[in-house]
Design a protein around this ligand. Structure first.
Ligand code: SF4
Length: 363
């Protein structure tokens, strides 16, 4: 059966940010049309007449650089497979939104917008090579709400070189003023393939990064947001259902060049080169994955943890017995609660070390 969660990767951006090493490129109109031909064929090849899509996530890249007609072409074959409760998310940059585009999104059943904000501080925004202004962010959020979309997420970055704790605190204060239900936070990672990585930019002090993370978590919780995943906070029940499919060990369809999917617990990745993808199609490469370990790795990121009964049903392994030595070693960080193996708040901060120990159990 086709999985109920679909991801489409739009590999285009208006310009390339210096910290980014995602697969993306600055497009020409002709290139986008060629890409749409191939991606449309890939979508149709994965659809079956009875496919029901519960979550559709159009990410990138910057999907909002597509024109209205290009976006419609991208999703038109998927629309009959969405239902009234489907969650349909589009990643957008504040500067590429307009009332007209949002109205078109609504017509295409989009009901969730993930807005790439990174910071409300003009200097930090400039350092990150982004092209919006703090005022533009507020206008974009207002326009999304006016279009009738109330499920909005924004991304904020911390641990950016030159950014102080006071800057992080000011960013969060601006977030609260927007009155939106979902926040994702990321520390700046200096990827080798990014411009920052090649420039040898110095990462911020680890202690400051940890202090910023802890302060954000505590402050979000104090404002009534549920810390449901290591980097994600939600209130009013507006958790990202799409991302939960990844974290809670579900299969998903990945469409587009460089996109990954998971089919019968096997991961695949499409050809990452845009020209190759256009000339030769997606050509997914399947790789064996350590599925039980991945289920633990992803589940422990969330407040739901790993459901022990489902884990046994899928993998025939008694996780609570396997994990007994680690429950003792990480007393206070790891626990079994209501039939699930979970990290506590302090455990989320030590997740990397905990996972190294779990990996040894599954090798
Ligand atoms: S960070 Fe986002 S907008 Fe910037 S280049 Fe990467 S994918 Fe594009």
């Amino acid at each position: 059966m086709t999985p109920a969660s679909w991801y489409i990767h739009v590999p285009f951006c208006a310009s390339v940010c210096p910290y980014c090493d995602f697969f993306r490129t600055v497009p020409s109109a002709a290139r986008i049309e060629q890409w749409l031909d191939v991606v449309g064929a890939e979508i149709r090849s994965r659809l079956e007449p009875d496919t029901k899509i519960d979550t559709l996530y159009i990410g990138g890249g910057t999907p909002s650089v597509l024109s209205d007609s290009q976006f419609f072409r991208l999703v038109k074959d998927l629309l009959p497979h969405l239902h009234a409760q489907s969650e349909v998310t589009v990643e957008c940059n504040p500067e590429s939104l307009s009332a007209q585009k949002l109205a078109m999104y609504r017509q295409c059943k989009v009901n969730r917008i993930s807005l790439g904000v990174q910071s409300f501080n003009a200097k930090t925004i400039e350092k990150l090579g982004r092209h919006h202004t703090p005022a533009l962010i507020e206008q974009a959020v207002e326009a999304i709400k006016e279009a009738g979309i109330d499920n909005i997420s924004i991304d904020l970055m911390f641990a950016v070189p030159g950014q102080s704790m006071a800057d992080v605190q000011a960013d969060l204060a601006r977030f609260f003023r927007l009155d939106i239900a979902h926040l994702s936070i990321y520390s700046l990672i200096l990827e080798e393939g990014s411009v920052f990585g090649r420039q040898g930019l110095q990462a911020v002090d680890e202690d400051l990064e940890a202090d910023e993370y802890e302060w954000i978590v505590q402050t979000m919780k104090a404002h009534g947001y549920c810390h449901y995943e290591i980097s994600s906070f939600a209130r009013d029940g507006k958790l990202s259902r799409h991302n939960l499919a990844y974290w809670l060990d579900q299969d998903f369809v990945g469409i587009g060049c460089g996109a990954s999917g998971r089919e019968n617990r096997r991961r695949y990745t499409n050809a990452p080169d845009l020209l190759e993808y256009i000339e030769k199609g997606p050509r997914p490469e399947y790789e064996p994955v350590n599925a039980p370990f991945e289920a633990v790795m992803m589940g422990l990121r969330t407040c739901f943890g790993v459901d022990l009964a489902s884990f046994f049903e899928k993998y025939g392994l008694r996780l609570e017995e396997m994990a007994a030595p680690l429950l003792a070693k990480y007393d206070g960080d790891l626990m079994v609660e209501r039939g699930a193996l979970k990290t506590t708040e302090s455990g989320m901060e030590k997740l990397n070390s905990i996972l190294v120990d779990f990996l040894a159990l599954f090798e």
